[in-house]
Design a protein around this ligand. Structure first.
Ligand code: FMN
Length: 73
């Protein structure tokens, strides 16, 4: 999270590929702020994709916890 949104490089990545028809699950680290409006803000960079909020991964979550989360999606 940079200034309550995704760093510009994330938009550049999304705009560099065709994500139409894909589902994107957001994840991020931050200094404490939440994902806020990022799903809405990134929509224009990946037209036709569905963006779900996902979660913050602050606090060094274990590989097992990440695997469990990924498999629950
Ligand atoms: C330019 C800049 C802006 C940031 N803005 C936010 C912010 O708005 N909210 C927040 O919680 N953290 C903010 N942070 C903290 C980063 O989200 C945090 O350092 C990062 O997620 C942790 O990854 P790192 O260990 O690679 O730095 C900002 C960091 C930088 C460098």
């Amino acid at each position: 999270m940079w200034w309550y949104t995704a760093p510009t490089i994330v938009r550049s990545f999304l705009e560099g590929y065709d994500f139409s028809g894909k589902t994107i699950i957001l994840f991020a680290t931050s200094g404490g702020s939440g994902l806020g409006k990022i799903a809405k803000e990134l929509a224009s960079s990946c037209p036709g994709a569905k963006i779900l909020e996902g979660r913050l991964l602050n606090g060094n979550p274990s590989e097992a916890a990440l695997k469990q989360w990924a498999e629950s999606l």
